[in-house]
Design a protein. Structure first.
Length: 323
């Protein structure tokens, strides 16, 4: 009798390698935000990413908070990176840095530039003729140094697939969760966001900062309204309902909401419903009719129409892709 051969288990896929390129006097917030999204989340969440740091000159690097960070890897770490997060830099990067990032991009790595990090892909021509999110304080400098880039100092991030830019450090978490959303779906991104106790995910089209009010009082934050809307997603909520909850007129609410979020309230609510739809399509076998009821889209016909308009695919095709 031949001996039974042990079962050969499939080799698990290698994690997506994320390398953050840091510099002296590094601001820590974008680094820790990227690490929080792409790092280890415990045994209950699949580990799709690995995260590490590199620098042009490794060693102990000073930071803006006065505590140094130890970076052991040099620019050679970018040789096998799948994503390069440029978490902060000077306006005139060195030839060595430009060469390393250029080689990584040519090899297929995605470049994610935050705040002043945008000057690296801009210097390489990767943003020529393309729109890029830039911090409003750096808008004029970027336009002067790289006139072929189309700077946008209002939105929080812009993603072109191979290159993504976030104008402000505070948008790093949103942009990183957006990358997870694209690669592993809404459900996985939402699980990470929940573990981090992150607020409602901000789309790239949302504004970096609200303009100063011209007339009437401006609420300090729309967070209570946003949380209320998310808790009542299955309900049929109108702008009038939102205004009543907020204690303002529908016209005032729409103006304030658009000023602070960047989109009208009805569009924001529809985007949340579509995100919830994606998660349920990925994680459950619920019929489309049931999902439509759960996310407040009323009927399968309405859900399919809205889904196709936003994503150019059907719920069934989307489910097959992610399941």
């Amino acid at each position: 009798m031949p001996l039974d051969c042990p079962e050969t288990l499939p080799t698990p896929p290698s994690p997506h390698r994320v390398v953050a390129l840091v510099a002296p006097n590094q601001e820590l917030y974008p680094v820790t935000s990227a690490s929080a999204v792409f790092g280890y989340h415990g045994p209950d969440i699949p580990q799709h990413y690995s995260f590490s740091l590199c620098a042009e000159h490794p060693g102990s690097l000073p930071t803006t908070v006065g505590v140094p960070i130890q970076v052991d890897s040099g620019l050679e770490a970018l040789d096998d990176a799948d994503t390069v997060v440029i978490a902060g830099w000077t306006l005139t990067p060195s030839p060595a840095v430009l060469h390393a990032v250029s080689q990584a991009h040519a090899r297929g790595a995605r470049i994610v530039a935050v705040c002043a990090g945008i000057f690296i892909p801009a210097a390489l021509g990767l943003l020529d003729g393309r729109r890029a999110s830039v911090h409003w304080e750096l808008f004029s400098e970027l336009a002067a140094r790289h006139p072929r880039v189309i700077p946008d100092g209002t939105v929080i991030y812009v993603d072109h697939g191979d290159v993504a830019t976030a104008g402000a450090s505070a948008a790093t978490l949103d942009l990183c969760l957006h990358q997870v959303f694209r690669e592993y779906g809404a459900a996985h991104a939402m699980r990470i966001g929940r573990q981090l106790a992150a607020g409602p995910h901000r789309e790239g089209c949302q504004r970096q900062y609200p303009p100063l009010p011209t007339t009437g009082p401006m609420p300090d934050s729309l967070a209570p309204l946003l949380e209320w809307l998310l808790s009542r997603l299955p309900d049929q909520i109108t702008v009038e309902d939102m205004a009543a909850y907020s204690g303002v007129s529908p016209r005032t609410l729409t103006r304030q909401f658009t000023d602070q979020i960047g989109v009208p309230p009805a569009r924001w609510l529809l985007e949340r419903r579509l995100a919830a739809t994606r998660a349920l399509l990925e994680e459950t076998d619920l019929p489309v009719e049931t999902i439509a009821t759960r996310v407040g889209l009323s009927s399968a016909v309405n859900l399919r129409r809205r889904f196709h308009t936003a994503l150019r695919t059907t719920p069934a095709a989307y489910r097959r892709s992610f399941r």
